[in-house]
Design a protein around this ligand. Sequence first.
Ligand SMILES: CC(=O)N[C@H]1[C@@H](OP(=O)(O)OP(=O)(O)OC[C@H]2O[C@@H](n3ccc(=O)[nH]c3=O)[C@H](O)[C@@H]2O)O[C@H](CO)[C@@H](O)[C@@H]1O
Ligand SMILES: C=C(OP(=O)(O)O)C(=O)O
Length: 417
Amino acid sequence: MDKLLIEGGKALSGEVAMSGAKNAALPILCASLLTAEPVHFTNVPHLNDISTMLRLLGDMGVGVTMDGVDGLVLNGGGLNNPVASYEMVKTMRASILVLGPLVARGGEARVSLPGGCAIGARPVDQHIKGLQAMGAEVKVEQGYVHAKATRLKGARICTDMVTVTGTENLMMAACLAEGETIIENAAREPEVVDLANCLISMGARISGAGTDVIRIQGVDKLHGATHAIMPDRIETGTYLCAAAVTGGDIRLLKTSAAYLDTVVDKLMDAGCDITVERDAIRLVAPKRLKAVSLRTAPYPAFPTDMQAQFMAINCIADGVATIRETIFENRFMHVNELMRLGANIQIEGNNAIVRGVERLEGATVMATDLRASASLVIAGLVAEGETLIDRIYHLDRGYERIEEKLARLGASVKRVH
Ligand SMILES: CC(=O)N[C@H]1[C@@H](OP(=O)(O)OP(=O)(O)OC[C@H]2O[C@@H](n3ccc(=O)[nH]c3=O)[C@H](O)[C@@H]2O)O[C@H](CO)[C@@H](O)[C@@H]1O
Ligand SMILES: C=C(OP(=O)(O)O)C(=O)O
């Protein structure tokens, strides 16, 4: 199993390009199930989650053709197997995103329940409730969601909580439903907007994406289109944290600060100097970071997917920070690992109190989930000596060529087997 070996203590400097967003690409690739015509995607990141999604779509009969470095054509004309097996879904929760499109286009889907995962229980009851409101007959049997509908009907749906993939699944399903669907309490995440833009270019009639009320007028069919995946705001935020913690000076290319307001604000509160350009962001770190408290919440508030990375930078900041996680019930698994590197963190319910220390020291640590792994990389970059991170398959789900990109910024990072 691959591990990452980091020799800490080098200030990051230079320029590196960011990749397309995993959390936009995953639902957007599923949108190809909604049409029999080819859909062309660009800026698709090379990630294990994307390969898993392509295998899953391929199993269903979708034609997958690579096109250049980061391009891809998906052809749903041959869709013949509306099943997502446990084997596929267990490695990637986002597989549930095939449910809405499959029922909408073919009238039937059989999708394994994703089950609990490291960061929380993550049920899909809201996805199911929404499809039922649209007239689907849904049964959960032997770990599978079976959904059927001759044709979905538009409905008014108010989800019990803000759910990103729930909003995406229902928005995709509603595109081919009869009549109007209104999703209230919708997720406002930029990835939802990117998906809506792709669907609109395929002929969908959607308004309100990016607000908490999305309206979709169903159409009889969608057509092929071309769509460029948005830049990955979480990858971008992660590299900004890595530069901040090492006292670095970096410029991230092919990205945008447009969706990173809260992250940029917190980094400036920590003492970083940030310059925002149209397609790039530069960060110059202070001599020592100041502690910054935060509370995660749905967009536009601070993203839960950046919580672990900010925990890492607070570990060596000046002062005490309180980090409150409000989205997932078990997203502090990086805490014990960070403590192995010398961090001082105390957990009280869903608060982590981080007392900044002067230095961290390298050790062997274990990655437990995607962003927890990113926090260990950040801590390893500033720790004295060597840090060996085990189980980095989590990182490969969401960070494209991470060791190569960090090395380009001057870090000493290598993959070992
Ligand atoms: C592929 C993708 O885009 N993943 C992101 C997506 O995950 P995902 O879409 O799975 O997360 P949700 O927004 O659905 O989850 C928010 C909360 O709602 C709960 N919930 C959700 C649906 C449901 O039917 N019932 C229910 O109880 C979840 O357990 C969680 O506590 O949004 C999360 C929150 O920003 C991010 O951390 C993930 O990176
Ligand atoms: C939790 C994440 O992803 P997923 O929803 O795919 O597990 C993430 O991207 O941080």
